[in-house]
Design a protein around this ligand. Sequence first.
Ligand code: ADP
Ligand code: MG
Length: 843
Amino acid sequence: MVAQPAGDASFQVTPGLDRQALERFLVWIRPLQQALSLEADRGFADLQGRKEHFHSFMTRELASPPDIPLPGDVPERLRVLAEGFADYPSHNDADRRRQVTVARQWLHALRQRLEPSAPMAPPRLKVAQPSSTAPGFSGSTPSLDAPLGQVRGIGPKLAERLASLGLLLVRDLLLHYPRDYVDYSALRRIEALVPGETATIVATVRRCHGFTSPRNPNLSIIELHLQDPTGRIKVTRFLAGKRFSNPSYLHGQTRQYPNGATVAVSGLVKDGPYGLSFQDPLVEVMESAQAPLRSSRIGRLLPVYPLTEGLTADRFRALVARVLPAVRLWPEPLPRERRQARQLLSRDKALVAIHQPESSEQLQQARHRLVFDEFLLLQLGLMQRRAALRQRPAPSLRCASDRDGLMGRFLELLPFELTGAQQRVLAEIERDLDRPEPMARLVQGDVGSGKTVVAVAALLKAIQAGWQGAMMAPTEVLAEQHYRSLCTWMPPLHVTVELLTGSTPQKQRRRILADVASGACKILVGTHALLEDPVGFERLGLVVVDEQHRFGVRQRNQLLGKGLQPHLLTMTATPIPRTLALSLHGDLDVSQIDELPPGRTPIKTAMLSGSSRDEAYQLIRDEVNKGQRAYVVLPLVEDSEKMDLRSAVEVHRQLAEEVFPDLHVGLLHGRLASADKQSVIRSFAAGDSQVLVSTTVVEVGVDVPEASVMVIDHADRFGLAQLHQLRGRVGRGAAASHCLLINDSRNPLARQRLEVLVQSTDGFEIAEMDLRLRGPGQVLGTRQSGLPDLALASLADDGSVLEEAREEAADILAQDPELQDHAVLKRLLEEQRSRVTSAAQLN
Ligand code: ADP
Ligand code: MG
């Protein structure tokens, strides 16, 4: 065997670009490439970064390359690109896409020119390939990082079109997994065919004729009458276009199928007026019933790709087939023993099989392997992060007198006993706080399960031990509510509490900041502005984050970025299904408060159509007559606060003037000043107003036990988990409560989703359904979740694979915490991390 000559630039540094220059070049180009790929991912929205917009970042950076010897044409080209991005905001989507694509391609090529080929990549073996005769490659397999334009058979036009789909390199195409498969592999006897199924038969031609439709001269039809030992069937092929109606052409077509010939037919079986038939199937004449098929489609599982705009499915499949031999170069992340122990396909086999499955079993195995890898990386990343977190020292909050100290006295002062679940979770938290490593615990509990009390008890433990606590909420309304609760609980315990939000007046703010810094203030309550502000604590021991789902990974890191190592307790009432919790919070310990305080009556939920609004109003009137109160909630139409405002104001006017002229109707929306919000809520809580019209600001935390009716307008526009949260605002007292979902949508899926809520009051079940019906991206708000993209894995369906991958990840890290012996995994992880952090940075 003769090795291919290494006649490429692999080992030669571009003349003039020494190590240092190269380093500077990379520092400059990497963020540009990241920004471009992020912008493409987010649909060319001119992303708002923390400091500036995408386009101004690009304009500036492109115009100021590092001062290193660049090839002659480069500076000019950079200047042109930079100018282009200055106009980016005024361009339409198509132009933006083109601009981003061109810049991506060009920068990629530039990097290839200047960077000695991938120093991190495993050494590439240059052996002569038996596959060099395979179609598509002139000589050798292209490298995984070769631009698609360099692959034989892909010209510049096609390369550009692929680039606009985000497919730039050979590896991109290999990772562009099929969206679905059409199963032509089910070989059937004619009598066993089922309408609606895609199947293949092998049969004999009895008769064949072609004719032009008597009603449509542009349509010609070829009819094949087939039989096998079990029955007969008619197969019709339609030929649209004038040229097909030429009699001699048609005759030629029918001659392809002489009587007695054996044919294979693959396609969708339909039930028609004359019995079963195949509609426009693939047909191939065979030498004999045993002969191998030549067609690459008949009798197979045929992949269907997403987003092939402008490319026919067949063309796209051919493209994939062309680059597929490159999978040999794909590094295998898992050592053989681990793979064998779990009976996993090798990575390269799995990649081939996902694109060209030979059978559905093989496809299953391939998918399993690839999903396993996605989850494995996710879990490794989270576990390493958790391990790093654990290494920072944190204050041990152990103190001798917890139960008769502040915490014990607080629990005694409460007018109720903690539920069993609350006690269990509190004990879990206490154990964490006693340890000198930072707690990172998530408490999940349905709305009304009493998370706040548990959190306050934990804060008091921190204060008893001589530290301060912070409590953060996602909205001012909720922060103020926590503050009010604390103001009733803390005075007897002589613990000082302050509230700091965006609307705290300057003077007060200065005083509060001083008290926090001196340690005079023990508990600081606020919104997540606490993170942004230059708030310096004297001794911060514990941070409670309420309604965690509103806090992204970034904020969590920000807290650590302040150089603090406090214990962290996060709470959420959006119960996340276990699979999602594992993957999203693999770096958190999870506690569940899975029991509601006693004495609550379940909420009756019903769905109404828009035309039955009057029934809802009647119910409100009945309840108010019994001394209860009602919420009317309007949806937040995203990005159009103005419209929300208008509809809230309008509905409020109508209810106050026309429907309930004799009652007091309050109005709460996001545009009200904080003090006004407070007074609206206070008057509703006190019963001065009986009906509260509100946008979704009411969602979290507002606690009015007398409220027994919740009417949700346009319920179809909300997510299920959010509706469940809203519903949790009623049913807090002993009276039977009602939730009416007004559904204006005719969409059956909307009905189906709302039906889940009518049937179930279990937050976990609802969250699970929400995940199934909408997918994790929408449930969590896509990118803020900080989840890397999972191309194949479905969090709703692949729970068991996730658990396997989690075990494997734990096992690998136990053996090799720094991944010294797992170089490929380590590199993949670094790549993933830089993708996720660059996403978070631009956010
Ligand atoms: P959430 O979990 O939704 O944050 P809260 O902590 O706001 O719930 O508690 C809801 C209501 O239940 C509050 O009024 C709280 O005082 C009350 N509560 C909490 N725990 C108990 C309990 N063990 N028994 C009775 N009422 C409780
Ligand atoms: Mg709460």
